[in-house]
Design a protein. Structure first.
Length: 358
């Protein structure tokens, strides 16, 4: 029979073989020098002091603890809301802030710890205890701090456009319109309204337009026809009505014989013939213009003696007389027409049928 010895170490573990050293430290390394034992401790003062978890000799493990009770975590309570945060301002992983707040702060935009106020789309702190309604500064057109608003017709409009869709009777979308003088009226088919301003732009004014279209009277203080000259020409120089004799409104002009105030009887000339040819069937109206035309009853049987005429054939210095005959002549045929209208400066004939020359 053999006996096995059992023994517990100083650490309380069976057969651990740990024993107290000379300094009464379990499994310690304390040793003696000469006849004495050096158990001076970490402070060298002969105590059994040791360093704590903060590496402080004889410490109590608290000097390096953060507010999360973890050594060297560099956390502390913030001065705002008392939260345990690191020295960099970032929250400790074990202490989560509300998702609506930035990680850098537990204070809302109104300065309230864990408040519900937020910065809205216009950059204004709103909600929570701020007293401001979220996005209340956005007008009906979607503009921050804009001036548009819903008018009485339900339209989003700017101040200078407010109630544009309301007619002058107060009906939204109504047909009546006011003119520049505020007179409410039903427009014409083309959309126009009667303008109650006079030509000077004065509502219900008395100004009017003169013969030259110039606004006068009323608030203008101008007399009428100030641009009308003595000849009755708007903007004229007063020369247009002066006769060839130099007298205003004398009515005298240079006639076809170059005589001032003449009656086209001082010479005989043909200035134009129209047309210059006609059909053989006759009936063509021929007009001759010129001067010195006279009465010849033997040729112009339809001549009107009451029409102005030069009275007798023109006699030239050599004694010859010149007579005009209204007819077309060709190499082999001719015809003579009867004058139906005549004066000293024009004769109108109707051509007869062409006859052969005898």
């Amino acid at each position: 029979v053999s006996l096995l010895a059992t023994r517990y170490g100083c650490d309380g573990v069976l057969n651990s073989a740990f024993v107290h050293d000379a300094c009464c430290v379990c499994a310690g390394m304390g040793t003696g020098t000469g006849t004495g034992v050096d158990c001076a401790g970490c402070n060298g003062g002969g105590s059994d002091s040791t360093r704590d978890s903060c590496d402080v000799c004889g410490g109590n493990d608290e000097s390096c603890l953060g507010c999360d009770f973890i050594p060297f975590s560099n956390t502390s309570h913030s001065t705002s809301c008392g939260e345990c945060v690191s020295s960099t301002g970032v929250e400790n992983g074990t202490l989560k802030a509300e998702e609506t707040f930035p990680a850098e702060s537990f204070v809302d935009c109104h300065g309230v710890c864990y408040g519900a106020a937020l910065v809205d789309d216009c950059g204004v702190c709103s909600g929570g205890e701020s007293g401001h309604v979220y996005n209340s500064d956005i007008d009906c057109s979607g503009v921050c701090f804009g001036s548009a608003s819903i008018d009485d017709c339900g339209d989003c409009s700017l101040p200078d456009q407010r109630n544009e869709n309301m007619d002058c009777t107060g009906v939204c979308g109504g047909p009546f319109r006011s003119d520049a003088c505020g007179v409410c009226q039903l427009p014409a088919e083309d959309g126009s309204v009667v303008d109650h301003r006079d030509c000077s732009g004065t509502c219900f004014g008395s100004a009017g337009r003169d013969l030259c279209g110039v606004c006068y009277g009323g608030s203008t203080g101008l007399p009428s026809n100030t641009t009308l000259d003595t000849c009755g020409v708007c903007g004229g120089d007063g020369l247009s009505c002066i006769g060839c004799d130099g007298i205003e409104n004398s009515g005298k002009v240079i006639d076809s014989c170059e005589v001032c105030g003449g009656n086209d009887c001082g010479c005989y000339k043909v200035l134009s013939l129209s047309p210059t040819r006609g059909p053989t069937s006759g009936g063509t109206e021929i007009t001759i213009t010129g001067a010195g035309f006279f009465l010849n009853d033997s040729t112009y049987t339809d001549y009107n003696p009451n029409s102005p005429n030069c009275g007798a054939p023109k006699t030239f210095p050599n004694g010859e007389q010149v007579q005009g005959t209204c007819r077309f002549i060709s190499d082999s045929q001719q015809f003579t027409a009867r004058a139906v209208i005549a004066s000293q400066s024009s004769v109108t004939c109707v051509s007869p049928m062409v006859v052969d020359l005898q």
